[in-house]
Every structure is written in structure tokens, then in C-alpha cells.
Ligand binder design. Structure first.
Ligand code: BES
Ligand code: ZN
Ligand code: ZN
Length: 499
């Protein structure tokens, strides 16, 4: 629960207060002057002595020992005021939230006005702070008999500000909605594939739709066969479980036109099929539905904030496993839009399921498309672990996404996509396309293949193979799933509705 109080933060009886420190305050001025007075100028001394620091991302705890009705202060270094952007604020808050967790408090307060720089508004700060806190506090419960959950959960956050502005509280709540959706996406990805079957992904989507009043359609194997989704079915062929084509619709405009299509790869486990993965490469393949999770997270935010836009989300969900029925290299299959595909590698399955999902999104009226997928190891080789790789057939549409990602701090880098790349995915003696033209530039090839199905529709492909998970914890969360692109997709959809 978030509360807003128009009081002086330092005169209120509080357990724990977060305070932002900017520049290198030789002397406490502005918002912090009353606080320094309460401490008889000793805070200034502490800064001089280096016990309190305004250095970016430093966290200093201080017990007030009766100098203030606030029992404990957590000072967060914000660096130079001129350099403090929302992205930098988000990371500093994330870092501090981890320290805060160690205090095991069930409520804390924030002296909001100490976090404001000239670069953003109080509302933006409130949204960013609560988003960062919510994300950084995330932990996956896991399955240990002794749970990972912190024993004390924060139930109440109070924002103190002198601003009398009703929007501040709702901005903070929006931040919380963003953070929670990221965390839900993370949990979907962290859940192992024996507990996250394609049918579980479908039930999750169904529950989300029910809660948020979204339209939903879930196709099972028989209907998928009837529609002729041959590429999707080929990947599912070895499995004893039905595939699910999950479609969620959010309609925020009177007419179902101007529809953004979000397509997420939902491979609940990728063995590679007969082009089997090596024992090291197969570990972690429960995360191959990361794209689906990102799309579901974005739909959660959109469904809660109800902007004036139309969005259709399409998720092809299946595992990619081996049995005597499984599809094989050399097979030729026919996709939903009629194009035939020579399968050279059963481990290049993402582009196959996405081919039919992209076609299906268009059938549902999408006139702009974004696909999100843990598609290639190649993108990690090309861009490392912190950048999502993009391919597009429409520079302006890409720029909109790039702008959204600038606001969320999720890096995206555009890869080149040329006529020669298109030729390579079209080179097959047997069929219209081949699903694996070789090692060279294979992150581009993955995107180029999907582009054959986007056709003339403005489209951006986001390869999150490197960014969907992290081996090390970072400021905004623990090791494991990151929930990447949830916020960027939502910001894009909400562009006209967010300050
Ligand atoms: N799911 C993998 C990609 C992946 C790799 C995701 C590492 C996360 C971490 C994808 O289906 C795959 O196997 N891609 C192949 C494509 C190749 C066969 C053309 C790859 O990248 O090696
Ligand atoms: Zn694969
Ligand atoms: Zn895969």
C-alpha cells in the first residue's frame, strides 16, 4: 500500500526514512536543512568525515539516536544533480532497496522531495522510485523446504512531499504496477518446465484475462491443425502435450483498428529436438518462453492502466522435445501463410513457431508487429548479455521502440538487415525458405526468417536470448529471469498516457 503525506518528513514519527543526497553537500541546504538542524549540524560533519556520502549509488544507514522522530535514515547517494536522470535514479533506488531489505522493516517512508532533479517531475520520480523498489525487492520463492521468501514483507510505503498534487500517489501506484508485472514475468521464466507446461502458460493467460477483463482465445491442437499452422505443429510434433496458441486482446479504442501486435516465443523447454543441444547448452532452456513472459507482463500493465490503444498479444506455447514422432532435419513443412520451409535444424524452432504466430497476429488485425524471443545464441555473441538485438523492416517504428527503451533503461541495439540477408533465408532447393542458413550472422538470420512472415506490416524483432536472464544479480533484481522488455513494451503501448 502506498500512502502520500503532505508533511515535513523529518518531523513525523517513523521507523525508517529514505533520503536522497545529491552533489557533495558541504553544507546541507534546501530540503535537507531542517534535518541537519535537528542533528545540530552534525550531518555536515558526517559528510565531511565521509560517513555519509552523496556518491552515486552509495547507501549510508544512520540511527537518529533521538535527534529526530525518525528512528532510522537510509541515505542514498544520487551523485550530481545535473546528471541525475530517471534511469540513474531507478538504479540508485534499486541498490538501496537491497540494503533496506536487510533491515527487515514492514514499512518505510520516503522523503520524496530530496530525490527531485531538474530533469524530471515529482510524479515521474514517484513512479520510478516505486517501480525500482518493487523490482529490486523481488525474490523467486523456489522450492526449498526452507523458503527463500524474506520473513518480513513491506506492507506500507509512505511518500512525504510538500507538493499538493493528487497525481503523485497514482504515479507511485503505476510504478508499482510496472514493477509487479516485471516480477510476474520473472516468476513465469524462473519456474522449471516440469511445472510450467504449455497448458500452465495458457491457464496463466486465462487467469490474467479474467482478472483484467481482456478478451482471450486459446487454441488447442485440433483447432491449430484445422487452421493449418504447420510450422508451429512441426515443433510440437515430438511432444505428448498439446500446443496452445494463446491470443489476448485489449481494446482501448472504439474501433478495432490501429492494432499493435505483440508476439512472444513460448517454448517451455528447448531440447533442440533431433539437432539436440549439448549438455551445457541445454541447461537453462526452461527460460525459452521468456518472450511469452515479456508479452504477458506488458499485457498485465496495459490491462491495469487501460490506455486508449488496441493491442493483440499472440503466444505460441509448446515444448521442443524428441520422440519417435518428432520432426527431423530435412523435413519440409507448410506454414499458416502458405510458405513452405525446409527444416535444416530442429533447434531453430523459435522462428518456426513465431512464423505462424506472426501470421496469426495479422489475421487478428495487427497492423504493427513486435516479436519478442529468446531466439539465438548468436545475439549474445554479437551484443553481449546486456543488449537486446533488434531487426526491423520499418525504421520509424523501430525508433518508437528505441525511445520507449530509453525511458526504461533497457538497451536495444539494431542489427543490419539487408536484401542479401533475405536471400539467405530464401535459399533452399526444396522449399520457399530454410530455417537455418548457417552460423554467419545467425542472430540476423533468425530475425530475417520471421520478417518473411511480417511481410509488409511494420515489424520489429527483439532477440532477448542474452537479456532475458542474468547470471549475476544487478541493481534491479536477483540472478535469474530479468523480465526484460515488459516495461519497454508497456511504455510503448502507453506512450500517450504516461507523463
Ligand atoms: N532457444 C535457443 C536460443 C537461446 C540460446 C536462448 C541461449 C537462450 C540462451 C534457440 O532456439 C536456438 O537454439 N537457437 C540456435 C539457432 C541455430 C540453430 C540457428 C542457436 O542460437 O544456436
Ligand atoms: Zn532451439
Ligand atoms: Zn529456442
Amino acid at each position: 500500500m502506498i500512502h502520500l503525506l503532505n508533511e515535513n518528513p523529518f518531523q513525523s514519527e517513523r521507523e525508517c526514512m529514505l533520503v536522497g543526497l545529491m552533489d557533495q553537500p558541504e553544507k546541507f541546504g534546501g530540503e535537507l536543512q531542517p534535518l541537519d538542524h535537528a542533528f545540530n549540524g552534525e550531518l555536515t560533519e558526517l559528510v565531511k568525515a565521509g560517513d555519509l556520502s552523496a556518491k552515486y549509488k552509495s547507501v549510508s544507514m544512520l540511527h537518529s539516536l533521538g535527534h529526530s522522530p525518525v528512528k532510522r535514515f537510509v541515505f542514498i547517494g544520487l551523485g550530481k544533480e545535473k546528471e541525475l536522470t530517471l534511469n540513474r535514479l531507478r538504479m540508485a533506488i534499486g541498490r538501496a532497496s537491497k540494503e533496506l531489505k536487510k533491515l527487515k522493516v514492514s514499512s518505510f517512508s520516503i522523503a520524496l522531495d530530496t530525490f527531485i532533479s531538474g530533469q524530471f517531475s515529482v510524479e515521474q520520480a514517484a513512479r520510478t522510485i516505486s517501480e525500482a523498489y518493487t523490482m529490486a525487492a523481488y525474490e523467486f520463492e523456489g522450492y526449498k523446504q526452507k523458503s527463500n521468501e524474506p520473513d518480513v514483507v513491506v506492507e506500507r510505503i509512505t511518500l512525504f512531499t510538500k507538493e499538493r498534487n493528487e497525481n503523485i500517489k497514482s504515479a507511485a501506484e503505476t510504478g508499482q504496477i510496472f514493477g509487479a508485472a516485471v516480477n510476474h514475468a520473472r516468476s513465469l521464466v524462473n519456474t522449471p518446465s516440469n511445472l510450467m507446461r504449455p497448458s500452465d502458460l495458457a491457464s496463466y493467460a486465462a487467469n490474467l484475462a479474467k482478472e483484467l477483463d481482456l478478451e482471450i482465445e486459446i487454441l488447442e491442437k485440433e483447432e491449430i491443425e484445422k487452421l493449418g499452422m504447420g510450422a508451429f505443429l512441426a515443433v510440437n510434433q515430438g511432444s505428448s502435450e498439446s500446443p496452445y496458441m494463446i491470443t489476448l486482446k485489449y481494446q482501448g479504442k472504439n474501433e478495432w483498428t490501429d492494432v499493435l501486435g505483440l508476439v512472444g516465443k513460448g517454448i517451455t523447454f528447448d531440447t533442440g529436438g533431433y539437432s539436440i543441444k549439448p549438455k551445457n547448452g541445454i541447461v537453462g532452456m526452461k527460460t525459452d518462453m521468456g518472450g511469452a513472459a515479456s508479452v504477458l507482463g506488458a499485457m498485465e500493465i496495459i490491462g491495469r492502466l487501460k490506455p486508449k490503444c488496441n493491442v493483440v498479444a499472440v503466444i505460441p506455447a509448446t515444448d521442443n522435445v524428441i520422440s519417435e514422432r518428432a520432426f527431423k532435419p530435412d523435413d519440409v513443412i507448410t506454414s499458416l501463410n502458405g510458405k513452405t520451409i525446409e527444416v535444416l535444424n530442429t533447434d531453430a524452432e523459435g522462428r518456426l513457431v513465431l512464423a505462424d504466430a506472426v501470421t496469426y497476429a495479422k489475421m487478428h488485425g495487427a497492423d504493427r508487429l513486435i516479436d519478442v524471443a529468446t531466439l539465438t545464441g548468436g545475439v549474445v555473441v554479437a551484443l553481449g548479455l546486456d543488449k537486446t538485438g533488434a531487426i526491423t523492416n520499418h525504421e520509424e517504428f523501430y525508433q518508437e521502440i528505441k525511445e520507449a527503451s530509453g525511458k526504461t533503461g533497457e538497451y536495444i541495439w539494431l542489427l543490419p538487415y539487408t536484401e542479401d540477408d533475405k536471400k539467405r533465408v530464401r535459399s533452399s532447393n526444396m522449399a520457399d525458405l530454410n530455417n537455418s542458413p548457417g552460423r554467419e550472422g545467425h542472430a540476423i538470420m533468425g530475425g530475417a526468417f520471421i520478417g518473411e512472415f511480417a511481410e509488409e506490416t511494420p515489424w520489429v524483432h527483439l532477440d532477448i536470448a542474452g537479456t532475458a536472464t542474468t547470471e549475476k544479480q544487478n541493481d534491479l533484481g536477483p540472478a535469474g529471469a530479468t523480465g526484460v522488455m515488459v516495461r519497454t513494451l508497456a511504455v510503448l503501448a502507453l506512450t500517450e498516457n504516461l507523463s
